[in-house]
Design a protein around this ligand. Structure first.
Ligand SMILES: N[C@@H](CCC(=O)N[C@@H](CS)C(=O)NCC(=O)O)C(=O)O
Length: 228
């Protein structure tokens, strides 16, 4: 049985969606990052990067959400485009684009808007600009086709769903008006039964909600260390 180390944050939720979509049996293992559980030695042995999600599938350990999506897709043969070199190229490109661009820039935009102790105009604008640019690239793609890769619902759409649900957090409530095609995809996926079950998983465990000093120490270690 697959062990799924998760919290209710965007990256784990992509994997929860995929697990639910595939119907693979799995054991959810909550990691309460606001209590610092990601830094426990037993979790670091699974993911030295101290972040969720991660999975353990027998003697296979996989961390980083998009790596897990690809692993589960290849394990089950599901939610992949047709097996041609050209579509494989598209799949890898868009999957890495979400992993290295959409997620990090949207995440930093949320950070500087909602969590940074000071409102720094340069940082706010840089990350909002980049988040908007990345979401715009997805929106333009989705204006031309139903899903990000080919005409099939794949792990790339699940990866996009994880972050695009946070468009208002990254760019403000009015931002959806700029991305109608992306919104169409997010709404379609959110309406799927697997997405509802992923959301139930997020709510079922009572993760800590307070963003107090313990949470800051666990998640924003840079507050206590002067590097530069
Ligand atoms: N590249 C990683 C990033 C994982 C990540 O940033 N996870 C966040 C939740 S979305 C986390 O564990 N945060 C806790 C922390 O930073 O201490 C992935 O895609 O899985």
């Amino acid at each position: 049985m697959i062990k799924f180390y998760y919290s209710g944050a965007p990256n784990p939720m992509k994997v929860a969606l995929m697990l639910e979509e595939t119907g693979l049996p799995y054991e959810p293992v909550p990691v309460d990052t606001r209590k610092g559980e990601q830094h426990k030695p037993e979790f670091l042995a699974i993911n030295p990067n101290a972040k969720v999600p991660a999975i353990v599938d027998g003697d296979v350990t996989v961390f980083d959400s998009n790596a897990i999506l690809l692993y589960l897709a290849e394990k089950t043969g599901k939610f992949l485009p047709a097996n041609t070199p050209s579509l494989r190229g598209e799949l890898l490109s868009w999957l890495m684009f979400v992993a290295s661009g959409v997620g990090p820039f949207a995440g930093q935009s949320v950070h500087f808007r909602q969590y940074a102790p000071e409102k720094i105009p340069y940082a706010l604008n840089r990350y909002a600009y980049e988040a908007q640019r990345h979401f715009g690239i997805l929106d333009a793609r989705l204006a031309k086709q139903k899903y990000v890769v080919d005409d099939t619902y794949t792990i790339v759409d699940m990866a996009v769903w994880g972050w695009a649900r946070l468009v208002p957090n990254a760019l403000g409530e009015q931002a959806w008006a700029k991305f109608p095609n992306l919104k169409r995809l997010v709404d379609e996926i959110s309406a799927r039964p697997a997405a509802a079950r992923a959301n139930e998983l997020r709510i079922k465990h009572k993760f800590k909600t307070e963003f107090d000093d313990e949470a800051k120490r666990a998640m924003f270690k840079h507050l206590e260390v002067q590097v530069a």
